[in-house]
Design a protein around this ligand. Structure first.
Ligand code: GLU
Length: 515
């Protein structure tokens, strides 16, 4: 088999969303599965649509995701340059070859001419108006003008474009690695522009020239490019080049309702659809990223891998290496895959659980406020251990378990009303007195508390909720004895003293109400 070379070819028209990242991932997995090369090519032939900062964003996102290219802009490689804007001259030559072969022609139509073409057809009730074999002879191009006129227009640089000359009725067939046999008839296609009046090639020409020159073996890209493939194959054939193999990926769909996942869904559904935060030109945060929302790259990658691919087994957790080993194009699904943020959360949870306490602590630190970072690493590692099972994202620790770093802001009143009586105060104090000044493990504390409650016939349900709420403010916190271990005797005593003052007030209010 020839060397596998797969390219990811984004246009720098804005940040890469998770759909683009999934395409890059599949490109990468396929390349690595076959010990091949993963190439990044920036398709920047449309300067008007270019958004500054996009290229850096793409490289950063790929690096964060762990799927960094072997070749690309700023990376190097034997087939550069990897930005199409730096390859401009090349495309001209190939466009000329197509003209010489009678597969393309010059067109000089003004935008008014084109507008007129569209309108005239609308009047006749024909819905889709194409510049093709049915209309080209009524337009201003090298097929209708004399050689002299053409020459003159080229000299003057009058709106010069180059269009493909598709046959009036030819079937173009290919076997898509995902969809099987796909057929198009040139009858229905338009004579696409391949060189624009500004002297830049369009995507179509630049794409096939580069795929050929960069020796791309497989083109794995989004479904939206399926119909362009007919034009691409026409050009490969015209040039006498062997085309690469094609695989068109199904869409990622909105979580609910119809249509493709879009950047607007982020605001609508309240979850990120971009890998990293994206800032607009004024430095304002425009879209939130998975990274900044506390997702691990491995989890996002694992989640994205499953949006359109099925390994055919029950295994769900795949490291990047395992994905590379298992991935195959024939396991890609043809239908669209629904974006389900709960599944992304589930993956993230699994990846967080698999971290050591130390690793988790290091990662969580990026999400903690200055105040919380005053706690030393030993303390933070214990917090990580205590909270691990409850975290969905790295962000949760600082927000949900704030009470491990500062005093509870409030106490769950309903429970206190139900459980607290001033007579219990002495018991709470007695239990605190039993704790040692020295370090004690959660299980030692558990045994102490248990034997006190049993020998005083108090019942766990009467005492433990008071400690829980007294220490953390909530019944939903982590393991009580683990929390007591973390705090130690002094902090537990301090917190309970403050809590009991509030409990007394709650009790008093209840008495007054009942009176
Ligand atoms: N530049 C195209 C895009 O932005 C690439 C399509 C392709 O991979 O051929 O998606």
């Amino acid at each position: 088999m020839e060397r596998v070379r797969v390219r990811f070819a984004p246009s720098p028209t804005g940040p890469l969303n998770v759909g683009g990242l999934r395409t890059a991932l599949y490109d990468y997995l396929f390349a690595k599965k076959h010990n091949g090369d993963f190439i990044l090519r920036i398709e920047d032939t449309d300067a008007n649509r270019e958004v500054p900062g996009t290229e850096k964003y793409i490289l950063d996102a790929l690096e964060w995701a762990g799927i960094y290219p072997d070749e690309g802009p700023g990376i190097g490689g034997d087939f550069g340059p990897y930005r199409q804007s730096e390859r401009k001259e090349l495309y001209h030559n190939y466009a000329k070859v197509l003209i010489e072969k009678g597969k393309a022609y010059y067109a000089f139509d003004s935008s008014e001419d084109l507008e007129k073409l569209r309108n005239s057809k609308q009047e006749e009730g024909i819905p889709s108006v194409k510049y093709n074999h049915t209309t080209r002879l009524g337009m201003c191009n090298s097929l209708t003008l004399s050689d002299e006129e053409v020459h003159q227009k080229l000299e003057n640089g009058d709106n010069v474009t180059i269009r493909l000359m598709l046959p009036s009725d030819r079937e173009i067939r290919f076997s898509d690695e995902v969809r099987g046999e796909v057929r198009f008839n040139t009858k229905e296609l338009d004579d696409k522009i391949i060189m624009k009046a500004d002297g830049m090639p369009t995507y179509h020409l630049a794409n096939i020239v580069d795929d050929h020159l960069m020796q791309i073996s497989h083109v794995i890209r989004g479904e939206e490019w399926l119909s362009s493939t007919a034009h691409h194959l026409f050009m490969y054939d015209a040039m006498g080049w062997e085309p690469p193999k094609f695989a068109h990926l199904s869409l990622i769909l909105k979580p609910v309702g119809k249509g493709k996942l879009s950047k607007r869904d982020s605001a609508a559904f309240g979850f990120p659809v971009f890998p990293l935060d994206w800032f607009d030109g004024d430095g304002n945060l425009q879209f939130e990223g998975f990274r900044e929302n506390g997702y691990l790259p491995g989890a996002l990658i694992n989640f994205l891998a499953f949006l359109g691919w099925n390994p055919g087994t029950d295994q769900e957790i795949f490291s990047l290496d395992e994905l590379c080993a298992s991935f195959s194009l024939d396991q890609l699904v043809k239908s669209g895959a629904r974006f389900d943020i709960d599944k992304a959360k589930w993956f993230n949870q699994q990846y967080l659980l698999a971290l050591s306490d130390d690793e988790l602590m290091t990662k969580v630190k990026d999400f903690l406020s200055e105040d919380y970072l005053k706690f030393d690493d030993t303390y933070l590692t214990k917090v990580a251990d205590l909270m691990k099972e409850r975290l969905i994202t790295l962000k949760d620790l600082g927000t949900q378990a704030y009470y491990l770093f500062e005093l509870p802001k409030e106490y769950e009143e309903k429970m206190i009303r139900k459980k607290y009586k001033p007579e219990l105060k002495d018991h709470l104090d007695a239990i605190l007195a039993l704790l040692s000044e020295e370090y004690q493990s959660g299980s030692e504390i558990h045994d102490l508390v248990k034997s006190y409650i049993e020998s005083n016939e108090l019942g766990f349900g009467n005492i433990l909720p008071l400690f829980r709420i007294g220490l953390t403010g909530t019944m939903k916190g982590p393991d009580l004895f683990g929390t007591m271990e973390l705090f130690g005797k002094e902090e537990c005593t301090h917190r309970m003293k403050i809590a009991i003052e509030s409990f007394d007030k709650i009790f008093e209010a209840k008495q007054n109400q009942n009176a």
